[in-house]
Design a protein around this ligand. Structure first.
Ligand code: PLP
Length: 653
């Protein structure tokens, strides 16, 4: 492309093109788009035309004292998702003439943050939303929050203390129900209840034969680590019947695992459990609730062959499959229709938060062209020089590929010679610099030719010549599922979207770990191992957003290299406010000293040791006392910093 053409192409680029390029229609779910300024904006409230510019939020947060990286939570997005899920089920119930209700149950393990749970509960109030917990800590956190009518389901391994807490809750009138996962839990529950002369309310999780689908398929199926087998269920029912407590079993539950990739699997599981339900009802049990578990998926924009990142259905189809399948079997077997519950966690929270990552700099893997070459190059280097001039004059594809192959071969040879000590550092530098110049030349020309299919060499060159954008974040803290299971998260620039991104980059993080990078991106042409990005300018901020991080990431994230919790703001949309929003809370991330205390380094002790060390240097006359004090103060002050890089302040250190 000539320069004139480039100018035209740049002029032709529009914000809509950016929207397409970053495949926003696949994952934005109506919440995110690109505005006229070329910034990403959020429309957090469904049905309201209120758009919040994310760059405005960043500026506001900074002026209130937040530092970067920054996690932004759009509280209204949580409410929108809660409403959408419940309304979709209500609609399916109405349209099908279903004779029961639906309630969604929020499994807090997906995001336990108090403000998130509070938002879910508030938005869910009109829909009678419930909660689910899976451990003692989660149970203790939720017990004080459940109002009279709120259902609290307790999955997971339950010991005596937890079962006792649940019975106590039932004694004070709370709607708390243990979901029995192991037969021994049932026996323990019955013993504890007998001592109190209580009839416990309970539910049962079943091990179905239907295997889950997607990455977490083992959460369902006969080999699952959770749930009762059918013989155990029969045993449990006989025991209840013998004690005239048949009416105490109120709920049947299955859980296929997170991110159900294939809707047919859900249908098959619902069929399977409904036959059990119908049998039990005909036998005289009085089961009230059918709980289809979690697993309602989120489309992260990944290709269809990666189930952790994409799904083959929408909310409506999910609700329809549950409602119509249950109805069909109840009609067939002439049993009353149960109230429906689903424990959708990911689907309620994934969209509401995004991580703002400032780019700190760009590294290039290749060496630049050296202006000055050393004298008397050896034969191999001369050969490299001549391949370079061939590449400069080559036009045909075959010729270009030949240049690339030759360069590779010569490079191997130089590496070998260098290892044996036959090549000076100066000549190694010359050869390396020429090699990369050849690569850049060949790639530029191959791209211009634009052959289809793209040659393997071009793909290889693109990979080798991808820029590395250093981001102020940690993959292990903020998007651990990307590292752990290869889940794709949408990443894109938050501004400059009116301009065509002219470079290809890979986002790498601050950790000293080669896995600390984003290796898959959502683009218009499917998932790709690099992302179109804008030219980084050293004196200008360039912010990237990592989207859909509201489910699981924060609590699973770890402290690799002691990078910890980032600053976060909770944003509410409000038309009357200047830019359509206000920041309700600013939570500072973890400081270096808090982080160090977790691994048993205590600030006082560190300060004392540092001070003693510096005093010795002063006494030895190595530095002046005033300078020593400045160095010590600076050390102590830095202990109060966040664990990330500081891109903002220019204060003298
Ligand atoms: C984890 C879990 C959920 C939540 O699953 P999502 O995929 O986040 O909807 C629901 N129920 C149980 C029993 C779980 O273990």
């Amino acid at each position: 492309m000539t320069n004139a053409n480039e100018a035209v192409a740049k002029h032709d680029w529009s914000c809509e093109d950016s929207q397409v390029l970053y495949a926003m229609s696949k994952w934005a779910d109506g919440f995110f788009s690109v505005n006229k300024m070329g910034h990403v904006s959020v429309r957090p409230i469904e049905g309201q035309d209120l758009h919040i510019d994310i760059i405005d939020v960043i500026h506001s947060a900074r002026s209130e004292g937040a530092s970067l990286p920054l996690l932004i939570r759009f509280q209204d997005v949580i409410s929108s998702r809660v409403r959408r899920l419940n309304q979709t089920f209500r609609k399916a119930i109405q349209e099908s003439g279903y004779e029961g209700t639906y309630r969604s149950i929020f499994p807090i393990k997906v995001n336990q943050l108090q403000e998130v749970v509070a938002e879910v509960l508030e938005a869910g109030q009109e829909f009678n939303i419930g909660l689910e917990c899976g451990s003692k800590a989660e149970l203790l956190a939720m017990l004080p929050l459940v109002a009279d009518e709120t259902l609290l389901l307790c999955n997971g391994v339950k010991d005596r203390t937890m079962l006792t807490l649940m019975l106590n809750a039932q004694q004070i009138g709370q709607q708390v129900m243990p979901i029995i996962e192991k037969y021994s839990e049932f026996e323990q529950l019955m013993n504890l209840a007998e001592v109190r002369q209580m009839k416990p309310r309970l539910g049962v999780r079943l091990k179905l034969n239907t295997k889950g689908s997607g990455r977490w398929f083992e959460s369902g199926g006969a080999s699952s680590k959770f749930g009762l087998t059918i013989p155990e269920l029969v045993q449990l029912i006989r025991t209840l019947e013998n004690r005239e407590m048949a009416g105490q079993l109120e709920l049947l539950h299955f859980h296929l695992g997170s991110q159900i990739a294939d809707i047919q699997v859900l249908r098959s599981a619902v069929r399977e459990i409904m036959q059990v339900y119908a049998d039990l009802m005909l036998r005289g049990m009085q089961i009230k609730y059918l709980d289809v578990g979690g697993g309602l998926g989120v489309n992260y924009g990944g290709d269809y062959d990666s189930p952790e990142s994409s799904i083959n259905y929408g909310l409506r189809e999910y609700a329809n499959v549950v409602v119509y399948t249950v109805k069909e079997i109840c009609d067939e077997r002439q049993v009353p229709m149960p109230h429906l519950l689903s424990e959708s966690g990911r689907a309620l929270t994934a969209h509401h938060s995004l991580l703002v990552v400032p780019v700190l700099g760009v590294h290039r893997p290749d060496s630049p062209y050296m202006a000055e070459f050393p004298a008397e190059p050896p034969a191999v280097v001369l050969r490299m020089t001549s391949v370079y001039s061939d590449a400069q004059s080559a036009e045909k594809m075959s010729m270009l590929l030949e240049c690339y192959h030759d360069a590779q071969e010569i490079r191997q040879e130089t590496e070998q010679m260098a290892r044996l000590g036959y090549l000076s550092v100066e000549h190694m530098a010359q050869s390396d610099s020429l090699y990369w110049s050849i690569c850049r030349e060949v790639l530029r020309k191959l791209t211009a030719i634009g052959s289809i299919p793209v040659t393997a060499e071009q793909i290889e060159l693109e990979k080798q010549l991808t820029d590395m954008y250093l981001g102020d974040f940690s993959v292990f803290h903020s998007i651990i599922d990307h590292w752990a299971i290869g889940q794709v998260f949408p990443v894109m620039p938050l501004h400059r979207l009116q301009d065509k991104p002219e470079r290809r980059g890979q986002l790498v993080d601050l950790t000293c770990d080669s896995d600390g990078k984003v290796s898959q991106y959502v683009t218009s042409s499917g998932t790709s191992d690099c992302l179109p990005l804008h030219n980084f300018r050293q004196d200008e901020s360039y912010y990237l957003g990592i989207f859909l991080v509201g489910a699981y990431q924060e609590i699973l994230g770890d402290a690799h290299n002691l990078f910890g919790r980032v600053d976060e703001v909770h944003v509410y949309a409000r038309a009357e406010e200047a830019n359509g929003f206000w920041i309700e809370t600013l939570l500072k991330g973890i400081s270096v000293k808090e982080m160090l205390s977790q691994v048993q380094y205590f600030p006082n002790d560190l300060g004392r040791r540092m001070s003693e060390f510096i005093r010795r240097q002063i006494n030895a006359g190595r530095i002046k006392p005033a300078e020593g004090t400045r160095i010590l103060n600076n050390y102590t002050q830095r202990l109060g910093d966040t664990t990330y890089c500081d891109v903002s302040s220019n204060e003298p250190l």
